[in-house]
Write a protein that binds this ligand. Structure first.
Ligand code: RIB
Length: 297
């Protein structure tokens, strides 16, 4: 069983600052790194580290071979990543002393995928395989249609949320993964409780993972409602924590773990992720996650 992840690949330029820059202000950062990120790449790496077989569908600029090496070393099949003219996607990330961040994205190659590329990447896919998508590439509807025709399952993390684009896609989805802000935007509500109620009423057949930050994660689905509390750790950088949760919980679900076990594994992985700096660089290994879970018992 393979998970095909149609996802972004970004070069994350990470600036450590005292506070998030204010309008009109020029701020000097105390440190700077460029690391591999992008919701898609982070989720692929988390899936691979959690033991899933993952093929990443995406695009980068011609000069960024190092990205393929890094993703390949993490265990991701990179054969469906195209190298195109022009810049890779990138993100400018400010990280303040309270571990708050603010991100500006430039999509670059992530928005230049073609339907032909996606179709040929999914050539060998079939029943039992999964398609995972976020909202940082183009081609989502086309990819979902191809996946449906092939009898694949579809997992969708509509982040960053663009409500008008996300809503029409949800009918094609088996598993929706949203955080509380995305859920409120999607349902036009103003609290997580209201958002949960609307999601349950509007999509009774859908499996939903709703992440609530420090309040943990809620699963909604045919099995009912389940809750997994968050593990308390000292956060240094929350970038990529949601992606790490998705990779580890989805890998567990694909290997027939129960929703409760999957949420627990995802919550542990994202707790470890926030204790470290960077996006893909802070994703833990499966043995680290298992050790952490044993310590919590
Ligand atoms: O989810 C975290 C990611 O969002 C970062 O790696 C950044 O690239 C943005 O896409």
């Amino acid at each position: 069983m393979t998970i095909y992840n149609l996802g972004s690949i970004n070069l994350d330029h990470l600036y450590q600052v005292d506070h998030l820059v204010r309008p009109g202000e020029t701020l000097t950062s105390s440190d700077f790194q460029t690391v591999l990120g992008g919701k898609g790449a982070n989720q692929s790496i988390a899936l691979a580290k959690a033991g899933a077989q993952v093929c990443h569908i995406g695009a980068i600029g011609r000069s960024d071979d190092w990205v393929l090496d890094l993703m390949g070393t993490a265990g991701v099949d990179t054969s469906a990543i195209a190298q195109l003219e022009g810049a890779s996607g990138h993100a400018i990330i400010q990280l303040d002393r309270e571990a708050e961040n603010a991100i500006i994205l430039f999509p670059g190659a992530n928005h230049r995928l073609t339907e032909d590329h996606i179709r040929s990447a999914l050539n060998g896919a079939g029943k039992g395989d999964w398609l995972l998508l976020q909202h940082e590439t183009n081609g989502l509807a086309e990819a979902m249609n191809i996946a449906r025709q092939k009898g694949m399952k579809v997992a969708y993390n509509p982040a960053p949320m663009v409500v008008t684009e996300a809503r029409p896609l949800i009918d094609k989805v088996d598993l929706l993964i949203v955080n509380e802000v995305e859920a409120m935007d999607l349902t036009a509500t103003s609290t997580a409780e209201q958002a949960e109620a609307v999601l349950r009423a509007d999509y009774p057949q859908l499996q939903i993972l709703l992440t609530l930050g420090k309040a943990g994660v809620v699963y909604l689905g045919p099995e009912g409602r389940l809750h997994q509390p968050a593990f308390m750790v000292k956060a240094v950088d929350t970038t990529g924590a949601g992606d790490t949760f998705i990779g580890f919980s989805l890998a567990a679900l694909m290997s027939d773990a129960s929703p409760k076990q999957a949420m627990r594994q995802g919550a542990a992985a994202s707790a470890l992720c926030v204790t470290r700096l960077g996006a893909s660089t802070s994703i833990p290994s499966l043995p680290e996650v298992e050790r952490f879970l044993t310590q919590q018992e």
